[in-house]
Design a protein around this ligand. Structure first.
Ligand code: SF4
Length: 275
């Protein structure tokens, strides 16, 4: 029997729903899942924006963001995960360019000098529908409508049919804020940062919170069942091509090969290096 985790995050719930076996490798077997290039670009961009938004409003300029990016770059450059990517000079330049495009993308959606920032990178624990929730909220803002819960994304915006799933995350963060403060936030915002930045926004309501926390609790109960029975089924799909555990997963390997043969797997999918 595997132990239930002491807290459950949005990303852990998402991983369990995507593939219980992947969740087990990550959270029970604790097999390292080093962040890839895209995740490290996101970490760097988040860090720069966090530092920027901690400054006085009038100092939140593009020039200041450039300065923070320059000053903090050595931290990333010397990070062991970054070093393990073994990027060439040209690839490192491309990495910095992608990160900067994300950072600059914020100005395509708002002027950070005009935002009333309450907090950045706020760690939050809550009990949501009896589930021990933990998350880190990128930014909490005060707006004329009330508190806004904001999350930065450096990946692609979701297809329209996945928008609700994407917004579910921000509703859970809003529920955690309500748990902590007793007040219902007004809005949840997902800011997809890049060349063509996109904002997804949702008005937070009690009804939405009940629905999202209910789904979260359902995932938690399924996880409880998996842990009690020590059964973590594989769930194959296109994401097997991006799974760090493909090398030890027979079902995933079969799926990758099948998709590759059918032209339904990108030839640069990272898991191809593992099988
Ligand atoms: S390779 Fe696919 S099936 Fe196997 S653990 Fe990863 S996501 Fe799950």
């Amino acid at each position: 029997m595997a132990n239930l985790p002491r807290s459950f995050s949005v990303s852990a719930a998402g991983m369990y729903k995507q593939c219980p076996r992947r969740w087990k490798h990550r959270y029970v077997d604790k097999i390292p899942d080093p962040p890839g290039e895209a995740a490290l670009i996101g970490t760097f961009a988040h860090h720069v924006l966090e530092m920027l938004c901690e400054k006085d409003p009038e100092k939140r300029t593009i020039e200041e963001a450039k300065k923070i990016a320059r000053d903090t770059w050595p931290e990333t450059e010397n990070n062991s995960d970054f070093k393990s990517l073994n990027l060439s000079e040209a690839d490192q330049k491309e990495f910095r360019w992608k990160a900067w495009t994300a950072i600059e993308g914020l100005w395509g959606l708002e002027n950070p000098s005009e935002v009333n920032v309450l907090s950045t990178e706020k760690k939050i624990s809550a009990t949501l529908s009896d589930v021990p929730f933990f998350g880190i909220i990128d930014r909490l803002d005060e707006t004329s409508a009330g508190t806004a819960v904001t999350d930065y994304k450096t990946g692609k915006p979701p297809d329209p049919s996945y928008k609700k799933d994407a917004l579910n995350q921000i509703v859970l963060y809003a529920a955690a804020v309500q748990f902590e403060t007793g007040k219902l936030p007004a809005k949840g915002r997902l800011l997809y940062l890049g060349k063509n930045s996109v904002e997804l926004e949702v008005d937070i309501s009690e009804e939405l919170i009940t629905k999202s926390t209910g789904q979260f609790a359902e995932t938690w109960e399924n996880l409880r069942g998996s842990c009690e029975e020590d059964t973590f089924d594989t769930q194959v799909g296109p994401l097997c091509g991006w799974c760090p555990y493909a090398g030890i997963c027979e079902d995933g390997q079969k799926e990758i090969k099948k998709r590759l043969a059918a032209g339904r797997m990108r030839p640069d999918a990272p898991a191809l290096q593992l099988i």
